[in-house]
Design a protein around this ligand. Structure first.
Ligand code: NAD
Ligand code: IMJ
Length: 256
């Protein structure tokens, strides 16, 4: 049976290791027949991402720190030469200063605030501007968000504000790029034990609370995020844009 993404080329940004949500998305895309392009943040990560790329059967691995406009331009130039048509782009990138994820929110510094906005929200705008000209046959751009964008989640702090901006960016980009049949959506994943979650105070208590209260009585699995990303990237998602889709075992619907 042909895969849902046969004949499509997808760029996935945000694989750092095999626990990265981007890794699960890349694996699901490959399973469905996509040609995979991976980007990583800086030379420090190159070796490990190249190893994962072999496992994933990726066609190309490219450096791109999304805060660096010159690197984004160089990425586009390489793609234009080797993979001129893109069908899907995954943005699975976030960063804030660790101390801003534990001290009181009102103590967030101007620099810390701007850093989290730059890496976690503005980068979606920069990537969309750079890469949408390669999506000549329409396509799908997607990003990863979290419930802390719209609800107060202990310690999420400055990242919650960055995710609120990210979700607004998704709506504005969707409105603009819809004319080119490019859809832009966010996937709001439940808590998953990745490098970005490790070291977060009381993270296992968060996982336990979700499993206790979510309708499905468990945590979400990164493979479920991968399958939702396949849906968005495929023709099955053709009517969906500007949205935030929750893949969280249902947790966000619960009140008391
Ligand atoms: P992760 O640490 O594996 O992924 C974060 C990625 O961001 C890394 O690959 C890192 O290299 C990349 N990155 C950071 N700064 C960058 C820069 N300047 N340029 C390029 N890349 C950069 O952790 P993850 O949990 O897979 O996070 C991926 C996304 O999922 C993030 O947006 C995160 O907010 C979101 N998310 C995570 C969870 C969770 O519980 N883990 C839940 C919901 C949403
Ligand atoms: C992160 C902080 C506080 C509470 C949190 C999280 N909860 C969840 C996360 C409840 C689920 C993970 N998450 C959704 C993120 O987006 C994480 C982003 C992040 C994590 C780190 C840790 C290491 C670091 N900087 C970071 N920047 C962003 O130095």
């Amino acid at each position: 049976m042909p895969g849902l993404l046969e004949g499509k080329t997808a760029l996935v940004a945000g694989v750092a290791n095999r626990w990265s949500i981007a890794y699960s998305i890349a694996a699901a895309f490959r399973r469905e027949g996509a040609t995979l392009l991976l980007t990583y943040q800086g030379e420090r990560l190159r070796g490990q991402v190249e190893e994962l790329a072999v496992e994933l059967g990726a066609a190309k691995v490219l450096n791109c720190d999304v805060t660096n406009d010159a690197e984004l331009e160089a990425l586009v130039a390489t793609l234009q030469a080797e993979f001129p048509k893109l069908d899907a782009v995954v943005h699975s990138i976030a960063f804030a200063n660790k101390e801003d994820l534990s001290r009181p929110f009102s103590e967030t510094s101007r620099d810390g605030y701007l850093l989290s906005q730059n890496v976690s929200a503005y980068s979606l705008v920069a990537m969309s501007r750079a890469l949408s000209p390669l999506m000549t046959d329409g396509g799908a751009i997607m990003t990863l968000t979290y419930l802390g964008a719209t609800r107060v989640v202990e310690n999420y702090n400055v990242m919650g504000v960055a995710k609120a901006a990210l979700e607004a960016c998704v709506r504005y980009l969707a409105a603009e790029l819809g004319a080119k049949n490019i859809r832009v959506n966010a996937i709001s994943a439940g808590p998953i034990k990745t490098a970005s979650a490790r070291g977060i105070k009381d993270f296992s208590k968060v996982l336990d609370a979700v499993a206790a209260h979510a309708p499905l009585k468990r945590n979400c699995d990164p493979a479920e995020v991968g399958d939702t990303a396949v849906f968005l990237a495929s023709g099955l998602g053709r009517g969906v844009t500007g949205n935030t889709i929750f893949v969280d075992a249902g947790f966000q619907v619960m009140g008391l």
